[in-house]
Design a protein around this ligand. Structure first.
Ligand code: T4K
Length: 372
């Protein structure tokens, strides 16, 4: 039986990549912000409609550097959500900051902006909302709250490559936005990540932190790390960017088929289509309501697996239940009940550009048979 995983990396044509990397053998320039890095940075700035763009070895390192670059005081509280990949919360904690968990909304699984203000204390320094699955947060309201309370906003935009809101690149909201260019993402550089920001003065600081804090050969101005993207990764990005519109179009086709097949199945809730948003069709999450569907999420997961189809429980467990925080923090996942409900009932179905319509139909048939 054919194996279908939750996603599959899109690859450029083999020869296109070989052509793109050929001149690396002439220049012998492999990393440390080489010509391919610079070219990709410029092209991404334009594609994502942002003022500044810096590239990194991966999205997580980029997020850690973003938090560091804003000089948030150690011990400061950061309002965020637990319904996300481990990276978001780990980046906050690894910066010596304290996550304060806000619940999410049932409509789109992003931070519930109406609950943010009640979590603000005199220790709050920032908000780290997540544009989860490519669904965007309430950016205008978050902006209003941040201005009122003088807070920084760093978006985890790992899932929102190419998403626009009212014609504006999603990376242009907040102080900084982080995109992931991991192999599993809509756009990838094998491993990679990017930060977008509007304050031009941050560029030199962020790039210095990315390079061990080195400002010039005799000045080490920041406590830095090594987060540089290699030329081979940048070359993969240059190839993939040529085909990004086609990639998103193919994903849209898959998503539309899923919607058509599953929209009227009793007990299955589909992701809400957001107004004024140009989607990138990054993920296809479904919520299984055990009472109405008569099977729970884990049973659907197992049934698909029996058929060699590996859907995933993104994002389960919640980050506010992680073992690694026990002892250091008193997080309680019951304080974010909507996030808890979603994480216990969500399944993200396979989605990638080359997933065939026949395979989508087969996945949906297996699910529908369970509900009959
Ligand atoms: N913030 C959020 C909200 C995120 O979702 C992520 C990453 C980050 C921050 C951090 O960004 P990065 O530092 O990663 O740039 C995967 C990805 O590794 C991770 O990037 C992603 N989120 C997360 C949601 O998914 P796993 O542990 O589920 O990966 P894995 O190895 O199980 O792969 C999933 C499927 O992808 C495989 O079943 C098959 C396919 N695949 C995987 C790889 C590695 C490929 O087709 N090709 C590949 O090379 O985390």
């Amino acid at each position: 039986m054919k194996r279908i995983l939750v996603t599959q990396s899109s690859m450029p044509d083999f020869n296109e990549y070989i052509d793109e990397i050929k001149d690396i053998w002439d220049t012998k320039w492999l990393t440390n912000v080489g010509p391919k890095h610079k070219e990709l940075q410029n092209q991404l700035k334009e594609y994502l409609k942002v003022d500044n763009m810096e590239l990194f070895t991966n999205g997580h390192t980029a997020l850690e550097i973003a938090l560091q670059a804003l000089d948030l005081p150690k011990g400061g509280e950061v309002i965020t959500t637990p319904f996300t990949f481990a990276s978001t919360t780990q980046a906050i904690v690894r910066n010596g900051l304290i996550p304060v968990f806000c619940d999410i909304k049932m409509e789109d699984y992003t931070i519930d902006e109406k609950k943010i203000e009640s979590l603000i204390t005199d220790k709050t320094v920032a908000i780290v909302p997540v544009h989860v699955y490519g669904n965007i947060c309430a950016v205008e309201e978050i902006d209003r709250i941040a201005k009122k309370f003088h807070l920084k906003v760093i978006y985890d935009a790992a899932h929102t490559f190419g998403v626009q809101y009212k014609g504006r690149g999603i990376g242009s909201f907040g102080d900084i936005s982080m995109f992931s260019f991991h192999a599993t993402k809509v756009f990838h550089t094998i491993e990679g990540g990017g930060l977008c920001f509007s304050d031009d003065t941050l560029a030199s600081k962020i790039s210095a932190i990315r390079n061990f804090g080195i400002v010039d050969q005799e000045t080490i101005g920041y406590i830095g790390t090594n987060g540089k993207m290699t030329e081979f990764c940048a070359a993969m990005g240059l190839c993939n960017l040529r085909h990004i519109d086609e990639e998103i179009r193919k994903r849209k086709r898959v998503v539309e088929r899923y919607r058509k097949n599953l929209e009227s199945v009793h007990g299955i809730r589909l992701n809400t289509v957001q107004q004024d948003v140009t989607s990138n069709y990054a993920y296809f999450p479904v919520i299984i309501n055990e009472v109405d569907f008569q099977h729970n999420r884990d049973q659907v997961y197992d049934r698909l697996l029996e058929n060699n189809i590996n859907a995933r429980k993104y994002f389960y467990p919640l980050t506010n239940s992680f073992d690694c925080y026990k002892g250091s923090f008193n997080f309680d996942q019951h304080q974010t009940p909507t996030a808890l409900y979603v994480s216990e009932n969500v399944l993200t179905l396979p989605l990638y550009a080359d997933l065939s319509i026949e395979d989508v139909d087969r996945i949906c048939e297996i699910i529908k048979e369970m509900g009959d």
